[in-house]
Design a protein around this ligand. Structure first.
Ligand SMILES: [Zn+2]
Ligand SMILES: [Zn+2]
Length: 327
């Protein structure tokens, strides 16, 4: 098999030939058809997340077909198309796992961060964390659903009943969540970098009723806002945009420091919280909902060997929607 491997944070990924491994008990081997590129991959590359496995194969939005089954795998079959997400393993025994909050597990493994991921021609996964994808929908279009979609969906659920929903940072996650929110009958207010008219036009095409720079106030106070961009200064901006009792959700795994802000922005029973990872239940719910809601992702495709270019383009905001690597 071949993979794009990160040897140390700050380095470019290297095209590497690796020995093929047979799946152990409870594992599957998957021939990769497509793998999405996520903002979190950039945080791994930049060394912003603690204790990555090194060397590591990044990538946690994997669509592939099973080509080997380890002993004891019963729920899945050879040739089946599956999705492999960020949550790669949980302990099943800690207080969080036992309380149904496996996204907060004390001893988890994350695909493309602490276990090898999908910037490769094949991967080995824990069968219990793979989602059957069925045969509807094309491989490339489905890949961004596996993180941008899934964690985006979890953040939307945590935003509550909000009829007027703000989305800060209109990239891969927001372009999916905007479609779900519109399908649910909510009004979407999209905030981009100041002057990013291309992203604002993209958001309007996906049904946003208002678009503007993140330094602007929406015409009416929002019921909730979700922050997808990794910029800490968006936290006070979003708090200033929500009504009393409104909620601000930080959906990224890493953010620059949040600047000090006056207490009155939080006053009025506004809530500020983060979203961490996903549970398998989120995945099952969201993948069903995405099919019902007819979610269509916008993708820019790169050959696997050009993963570095895809990551640089993501960093530069050079495309709308999501980048997907194809072996
Ligand atoms: Zn656990
Ligand atoms: Zn991700």
């Amino acid at each position: 098999m071949h993979a794009m491997v990160l040897k140390r944070p700050g380095a470019a990924l290297e095209w590497t030939e690796l020995p093929e491994r047979e799946p152990a008990a409870g594992e599957i081997r998957v021939r990769i058809l497509a793998c999405g590129v996520c903002r979190t991959d950039l945080h791994v590359l930049d060394g912003e997340l603690p204790d990555p496995k090194l060397p590591i194969i990044p990538g946690h939005e994997i669509v592939g077909r099973i080509d080997a089954l380890g002993e004891g795998v019963e729920r899945l079959e050879m040739g089946q198309r599956v999705g492999i997400p960020w949550l790669g393993h949980t302990c099943g025994a800690c207080d969080y796992c036992r309380a149904g909050r496996e996204n907060l597990c004390d001893r988890p493994l994350f695909t493309g961060y602490t276990r090898d991921g999908g910037f490769a021609t094949a991967t080995i996964a824990d069968a219990r964390y793979a989602f059957p994808l069925g045969d509807a929908g094309d491989d490339i279009g489905l890949a961004p659903l596996l993180c941008a979609g899934l964690i985006g969906y979890r953040s939307l659920v945590l935003a509550g009943e909000a009829g007027r929903l703000g989305l800060y940072g209109f990239g891969a996650a927001a372009h999916i969540v905007a479609q779900v929110a519109r399908w649910q009958g909510r009004s979407v207010f999209a905030f981009t970098r100041s002057g990013d008219l291309a992203s604002q036009a993209f958001a309007r095409r996906l049904g946003a009723c208002w678009t503007g720079g993140s330094d602007q106030r929406p015409p009416q106070p929002l019921d909730a806002a979700i922050i997808y961009a990794a910029a800490g200064e968006l936290v006070p901006a979003a708090l200033a945009a929500v009504r009393k009792g409104g909620r601000v959700i930080c959906a990224g795994i890493h953010m620059s420091d949040i600047p000090a802000f006056p207490y009155r922005l939080l006053w009025g029973e506004r809530e500020l919280m983060s979203v961490a990872n996903l549970t398998r239940r989120d995945g099952i719910e969201f993948l069903q909902l995405a099919a019902r809601a007819g979610i269509v992702t916008q993708t820019t495709v790169y050959p696997l060997r050009r993963a570095n270019e895809a990551l640089a383009d993501l960093r530069a905001g050079a495309f709308e929607g999501a980048a997907v690597l194809v072996p």
